[in-house]
Write a protein that binds this ligand. Structure first.
Ligand code: NAI
Length: 434
């Protein structure tokens, strides 16, 4: 089976390497030359645990290669996946589909023989049909089908998510396309991973509905965290008690600084936009987006209050910048909303992140300082803000922390620690919803 993957970012690279691991012959295409040059040298442009070994293994076995040349790779392909970015379109919240349609156009110009063109990018309902239209228009003789195969991997555990998925969703319209996709995913039969075959529209909507639902759980518990703070309840206990009900489940019920990352923020906006365009709206998801924005703003106030009412002339050590641990992805990370607001009001910030500092630098104010070690970040700090729960930050020696800092304020935006331990170490502890 010959597969071409257009776009060698988080999703394209992980999917490409995993399909190669399944035994397919995969070519990953990206228009960023430096990315392809690096990949050919075995250098992975993103931080994702296990990816480097998987890429090297499959490249060495001759099943995985990298190119900027769409033409040759598409001509040989049985399946052409589109895994390019679908960021928020400026101004209206809609998913920007220009990269998807550009990829469709390039595929169309180079098709030879029957090919299944598969949207792996997260795209609004109707996109697969539009991709089909672009292809027929560009190449009226093309023999092809379109399909939708949304991706559910999580950054940080992308490879195991891909190799052991909860489900694979295939939106198809023809038996030929379905047979080809089933063949590609056949190794998953061994682990009995469920394969859900639907129409194109359902597959496209499943991805947005799933992400919006997960974002809803986060905004819900974040809203509860505010009520917990007012009433004296502990949001960790509330979440635990809720999560023990199997109908609710215990995942995605961690109060924190609000969701971020490359998917939830843009996908909730895109779903709202789509619902508006179809004249139905989505009041729940609109509220989810609002609650998330206010949660980030609330974190700024929380830090200010912990500092005694003003962040002016205060030195703050920030531990963690990425939107979650085990990734270097800074897209829409809560730090990008919270830290500039603190700097604007006169704080000095020195941040540490195990993997995200290079990605963070161009996105944060120039006045930010960065530390190579946790100790360096803590030195002379009036306050520490634990922003992302990397493992390195879960087992801090709190007495050392207190001794290294100038002040004694510890703001734990991920509820990693317990108040008793903090107070025993002489730290003033603030967390979320407790
Ligand atoms: P990304 O930005 O990391 O990668 C996209 C890649 O596509 C870039 O390297 C870009 O240079 C390349 N590209 C764009 N147009 C191209 C073209 N015409 N030809 C060749 N290469 C081209 O994006 P990421 O995170 O991989 O996301 C891709 C899609 O997958 C998005 O729709 C996203 O919503 C979805 N998704 C992302 C997940 C994630 O955790 N990052 C999880 C599930 C879905």
């Amino acid at each position: 089976m010959n597969v071409v993957m257009i776009g060698a970012g988080y999703v394209g690279l992980v999917s490409g390497a995993c399909f190669a691991e399944f035994g397919a012959s995969v070519v990953c295409v990206d228009k960023q030359e430096e990315r392809i040059t690096a990949l050919r040298q075995g250098k992975i442009p993103i931080y994702e645990p296990g990816l480097e070994d998987l890429v090297r293994k499959n490249a060495d076995a001759g099943r995985l290669s990298f190119t900027t040349d769409v033409a040759g790779s598409v001509a040989k392909a049985d399946l052409a996946f589109i895994a390019v970015g679908t960021p928020t379109r400026r101004g209206d919240g809609h998913a920007d589909l220009k990269y998807v349609y550009a990829a469709a156009q390039e595929i169309a110009e180079n098709l030879q023989g029957y090919t299944v063109i598969v949207d792996k990018s997260t795209v609004p309902v109707g996109t697969a049909r539009e991709v089909a239209r672009v292809i027929s228009k560009t190449n009226p003789d093309a023999d092809f089908d379109v399909a939708s195969n949304p991706e559910f991997l999580r950054e940080g555990s992308a490879i195991s998510d891909f190799l052991r998925p909860d489900r694979v969703v295939l939106g198809v319209e023809s038996e030929r396309a379905e047979a080809r996709l089933r063949e590609l995913y056949r190794p998953l039969n061994l682990i009995e991973a469920p394969l859900l075959v639907t129409g194109l529209e359902s597959a496209e909507l499943i991805k947005y509905a799933a992400n919006a639902f997960l974002a809803t759980k986060i905004s819900f518990i974040n809203e509860m965290s505010q009520l917990c703070e007012k009433t004296g309840a502990d949001v960790n206990a509330v979440a635990k008690g809720m999560g023990m009900d199997k109908r609710i489940g215990n995942k995605f019920l961690h109060a924190g600084p609000g969701y971020g990352g490359s998917c939830f923020p843009k996908d909730t906006l895109a779903l709202n936009r789509m619902a508006q365009e179809y004249g139905v709206g989505s009041r729940i998801v609109e509220a989810v987006v609002e609650v998330n924005a206010s949660q980030k703003a609330r974190m700024v106030s929380k830090i200010r209050e912990a500092l005694g009412g003003s962040e002016a002339d205060k030195r703050i050590a920030v531990l963690g910048l990425t939107f979650k641990p085990e990734t270097d992805d800074m897209r829409d990370a809560p730090a990008l909303a919270i830290l500039p607001a603190l700097i604007d009001r006169g704080a000095t910030i020195c941040a540490h992140d195990p993997e995200g500092m290079d990605e963070a630098r161009p996105l944060l104010p120039e006045a930010m300082e960065y530390a190579d070690t946790i100790e360096e970040a803590l030195k002379d700090a009036d306050a520490v803000v634990l922003m992302t729960e990397w493992n390195q930050y879960r087992g801090l020696n709190l007495r050392d922390v207190r001794d290294t800092m100038r002040g004694d304020v510890f703001v734990d935006l991920r509820n990693v620690y317990e108040r008793g331990l903090m107070e025993a170490a002489g730290l003033q502890y603030t967390s979320v919803g407790r």
